[in-house]
Write a protein that binds this ligand. Structure first.
Ligand code: AMP
Ligand code: MG
Length: 411
């Protein structure tokens, strides 16, 4: 455990992320789902193909199947039957003969090549090819997409719509996935009202649990929403206790600073163990991470931009690890800033920007303007973070900066 209260300064962002990922243990419970319910689930098995795809050599064209050696006879071929998708030709096709064949239909056993019908002249059952075809042309080989026993997917893969199509093409209908993560949400603050309610003097609309719900839905988690909890230590403590009993992860927002009504930290210290709670990042300095008896907790700052950025940058990698997904470090793309970027050395900045191509193809990034931690529209207007390292000071117009494009969880 890192005691930030006695340690001078703040925990560097990268170290906080690393510490957290070292502490987090992935869930191990597995369940079976049908393909209809598999979208977005995390695969808990290796998938090997039980079949060849395609299962037979089949035709890529409507035309005529024949033995390539027949071309050496230099005479029209005799039409002796047909092979349709779902109704293959089962007879023998000898030298000098051919079989009418449709796209996707099985190529008869004796045949090796298909000529497309546009290239043929027909006269009753006599078929003349207008030009010479190469051996094996227009034949899709058995297993050319996926060979039997070939590993198709590894464990830990988040199943996409395409993956579900691939699994279906292998004849697989049921698949092992990790069970859904259970995440409890707690919003603290006497001033918070749900959208749809009327506001009294000093009230504001609650937004953190709403975007958290959206992000967690994209993650495929099961959400247990405890709603808005008043700024009373006992109420917050009771909510955390109950949440810890029900969920794998408890995410709270608000009350992690050092104000008179900020009880989250003291409650967490009382019920569990805080690994860290102050990070050298902006927005989002107060962010608590630790363990409760049965779960992990993330104590997000109350300010919506801080809550959103810390969720995305810190909580999300941890949740993905809990779900057994591989953690991919974010991709940084260099771009030229079109504006001055205010910054003082000390904390890592996640400023909000808009990245686009200039006419000459160069990548340009423009700040979305005011970067206050309560201005949620600065996130809505952006399509990327401008990531400025802790030691960096003010950035002049035209300098190169690192940009991290928003991923699907923010969209
Ligand atoms: P706190 O960390 O509780 O001091 O909150 C910091 C700021 O964020 C205050 O202005 C709160 O009103 C605001 N805030 C806290 N929780 C939320 C929330 N769930 N949604 C929107 N704003 C919030
Ligand atoms: Mg508060």
């Amino acid at each position: 455990m890192i005691d930030c209260c006695s340690a001078p300064g703040l925990l560097p962002f990268e170290q906080a992320l690393e510490n957290m990922l070292n502490v987090i243990k992935p869930i191990t419970d597995i369940e079976q789902v049908t393909l209809d319910n598999a979208l977005g689930r995390i695969l808990a098995q290796e998938v090997k193909s039980p079949v060849n795809v395609p299962p037979n050599d089949n035709s890529a064209m409507d035309g005529y199947a024949f033995q390539h050696q027949s071309l050496a006879l230099k005479q029209p071929l005799k039409l002796i039957g047909r092979s349709m998708a779902g109704a293959p030709f089962t007879g023998e096709c000898k030298l000098g003969e051919c079989v009418r064949i449709m796209t996707g239909a099985k190529v008869p056993n004796d045949c090796d090549t298909v000529e497309m019908q546009e290239n043929c002249q027909t006269d009753g059952d006599s078929i003349t090819f207008l030009s010479a075809r190469k051996f094996a042309d227009n034949v899709r080989k058995m297993g050319e997409d996926i060979a039997i026993e070939q590993t198709v997917f590894h464990s830990g893969r988040e199943l996409t719509a395409i993956d579900i199509g691939v699994l279906s093409s292998l004849g697989i209908n049921e698949i092992n996935v990790y069970r859904k993560l259970k995440v409890a949400l707690i919003s603290t603050g006497d001033e918070l009202k749900k959208p749809g309610q009327s506001l009294n003097k000093g009230d504001i609309y609650e937004s953190n649990s709403q975007f958290l719900t959206a992000i967690l839905t994209k993650l495929g988690a099961e959400i247990i929403n405890f709603g808005i909890i008043e700024d009373v230590e006992l109420s917050i403590s009771n909510a955390f206790k109950k949440a810890d009993e029900l969920a794998d992860v408890v995410i709270s927002s608000g009350g992690v600073s050092v104000g008179d009504a900020d009880y989250t930290k003291s409650v967490l210290e009382d019920l569990g163990e805080i690994e860290f709670w102050k990070i050298a990042m902006k927005p989002g300095k107060p962010f608590a991470f630790g363990t409760l008896p049965n779960s992990y907790f993330f104590g997000l700052p109350g300010n919506p931009v801080s809550a959103l950025v810390t969720t995305h940058q810190l909580a999300l990698p941890a949740l993905l690890k809990m779900q057994n997904c591989a953690y991919n470090k974010p991709l940084f793309i260099p771009a030229k800033t079109t504006t001055v970027l205010k910054k003082s050395p000390g904390r890592m900045d996640f400023q909000r920007g808009i990245i686009k191509n200039a006419e000459n193809g160069e990548l340009l990034v423009t700040s979305t303007g005011s970067q206050g931690s309560g201005i949620l529209t600065s996130m809505a207007a952006a399509n990327c973070y401008i990531v400025l390292p802790a030691e960096q000071g003010k950035v002049a117009e035209g300098e190169w900066v690192n940009v991290q494009i928003f991923n699907k969880y923010l969209q």
